[in-house]
Design a protein around this ligand. Sequence first.
Ligand SMILES: Nc1ncnc2c1ncn2[C@@H]1O[C@H](COP(=O)(O)OP(=O)(O)O)[C@@H](O)[C@H]1O
Ligand SMILES: Cc1ncc(COP(=O)(O)OP(=O)(O)O)c(N)n1
Length: 283
Amino acid sequence: MTGPTPGTPPVVLTVAGTDSGGAAGVAADLTTWSHLGVHGACVVTAVTAQDTTGVRAVHAVPLPVVAAQVEAVTDDLAVAAVKTGMLGSVDVVRLVAERLGHLPLVVDPVLVATSGAVLGGADVARAYAAHLLPRATVATPNRDEAVALCGVEVPSSELAERLADTGCAVVVTGGPEWRAEGAVAADCVDWLCLPGGVPQAVRHPVVATTHDHGSGCTYSSAVAAGLAHGRTLETAVADAAAYVTGQLRQGSGWSLGRGRGPVSHLVPCVGEYGVERRRRSPR
Ligand SMILES: Nc1ncnc2c1ncn2[C@@H]1O[C@H](COP(=O)(O)OP(=O)(O)O)[C@@H](O)[C@H]1O
Ligand SMILES: Cc1ncc(COP(=O)(O)OP(=O)(O)O)c(N)n1
């Protein structure tokens, strides 16, 4: 087992599925981490045949193979934080809770893709609420996932508050809400609630784009990177929103695929998410 060494990046582990279109899942997590200065390890739970228009097929990785990947990583690497994406089954949710629940844990409870594909059923939602949220540092459901976890349609701030009662901090992300309104709102609002706390609005500018597939994975990975660097949750959450906004902006003029194109996984063109890097002028 190797410990943290000065000059060595922290290790963050994703437990997630693959997206053959390269937008969401493991691809989003690893590229985000390469931008944010952490080493990414990965445990693959499922292989999806997926593109910008939807999910065609899902192959669940057998449970013993998922367990063997977890063991291989944790036996050898000092994992600073874990992020979960598509877990896909009750057994995998339980495995993560048992084997990784003692580490700083960001749970993105992937249940439904933007395309409408179900990536985790009602039994998986119940398993998240019973086994994983109580052990998580923070959960980052989008509004639809928060409704599925709570079983009620109430405002996002209240969903965050109810889910925080399970014992973890919660961010109910704001993407689908502004899309559903069909308007170009000035801000996206994510609702952060700490256990026993009052929901706080985390606002950031809306990007008008159709290239947003994978934004939830990218966001939750960025939160995990912030925690691995030792940032407070509030700072990690604000930095993650700034990072995903920059990546959405970078891909906003693209034309990739026939559906909702991938959020940009190219190197950010803003340094520390604020100051525009000087673009090289053509020779
Ligand atoms: N068009 C957008 N402009 C700015 N931020 C966005 C946009 N769409 C999503 N986000 C942000 O991306 C992050 C992930 O949110 P969301 O899209 O809700 O996740 P998911 O992909 O799981 O549905 C949140 O911080 C959300 O506010
Ligand atoms: C393999 C896989 N994992 C997760 C998702 C969901 O991705 P996310 O970024 O949360 O959201 P969408 O952009 O799909 O809404 C996925 N589609 N595939």
